[in-house]
Design a protein around this ligand. Structure first.
Ligand SMILES: C[S@@+](CC[C@H](N)C(=O)[O-])C[C@H]1O[C@@H](n2cnc3c(N)ncnc32)[C@H](O)[C@@H]1O
Length: 248
């Protein structure tokens, strides 16, 4: 809180006041858990990685050259075990997808599945998404950036770890094409309210929600229903979707 601005573009304020580049400040929105890898996940990381994996060291990407075509582009941050991203890449072969996740078993699983299904429209970073956005993805290059069920960091003292911060949405906006969308979903009502609060203050975005449901949109059919979410639905838990369009 109340960190000095490092960057004039990060001059919006959110529920906890002014913020600056999260990546440069070193605040992590995740905790790296030690997880045992299955044989399939190891295979993904070892055998499929050379074909579909990307690193910060690759530098700024030319996305048209990377995929060998001009197609709509979607980036998903924090894809977990990748079920939703795999399903989207498979059902939308005419769209190119980039997943970013720090959790090795999830990256391994996604790579293994992508290979088994013969997907050519998917690439993966095993890095902090903030660094990838800042260092690797070109400006105005994305049609959609999706953030599904980010860690809610419920305790007040951990709110600074939430990935959705004023500086984050400023950065995301620079990577979206004009008219491109930021799609967030959460099952944590207080985080949904936080997201709406950050976006209310952000410049250059328009909420796509209708007045009847604003600031939220009904769950879009194109967002795959994960096992986790289906279970939550059965238990009567809520899910909130927020979709904002980049406007100039
Ligand atoms: C609560 S999980 C949700 C996973 C998945 N989207 C789902 O719906 O099942 C949040 C994920 O975001 C990842 N994550 C959090 N911050 C990240 C960051 N800065 N860069 C990349 N991944 C991140 C975590 O490793 C974790 O797997």
């Amino acid at each position: 809180m109340n960190a000095p601005h490092h960057d004039d573009t990060a001059s919006t304020t959110g529920p906890e006041g002014p913020d600056a580049s999260l990546h440069r400040r070193g605040i992590k929105s995740y905790v790296l858990r030690a997880g045992r890898m299955t044989a399939a996940q190891t295979r993904g990381l070892e055998e499929v990685w050379p074909r579909l994996g990307l690193t910060l060291a690759d530098g700024r990407q030319d996305l048209e050259a990377l995929f060998g075509r001009q197609a709509p582009r979607v980036v998903e941050i924090g894809f977990g075990m990748g079920a939703s991203l795999i399903e989207q890449a498979e059902t939308h072969p005419d769209t190119d997808f980039i997943g970013i996740e720090v959790h090795a078993p999830g990256v391994g699983k996604l790579l293994d599945e992508a290979d088994k299904r013969g997907l050519t429209n998917l690439r993966v970073y095993r890095e902090d998404a903030l660094a990838v956005l800042e260092q690797c993805l070109p400006e105005a290059s994305l049609d959609t950036l999706q953030l599904f069920f980010p860690d809610p960091w419920p305790k007040k003292k951990h709110h600074k770890r939430r990935i959705v911060q004023p500086a984050f949405v400023v950065l995301v906006r620079t990577r979206l094409k004009p008219g491109g969308t930021l799609h967030m979903a959460t099952d944590w009502e207080a985080y949904a309210e936080w997201m709406a609060g950050v976006m209310d203050e952000a410049l250059g975005y328009a909420n796509t929600a209708s007045p009847e449901t604003a600031p939220y949109v009904p769950r879009p059919a194109f967002r795959p229903l994960t096992k986790f979410e289906a279970r939550g639905e059965r238990l009567g838990h809520g899910v909130w979707d927020l979709i904002y369009r980049r406007v100039d």
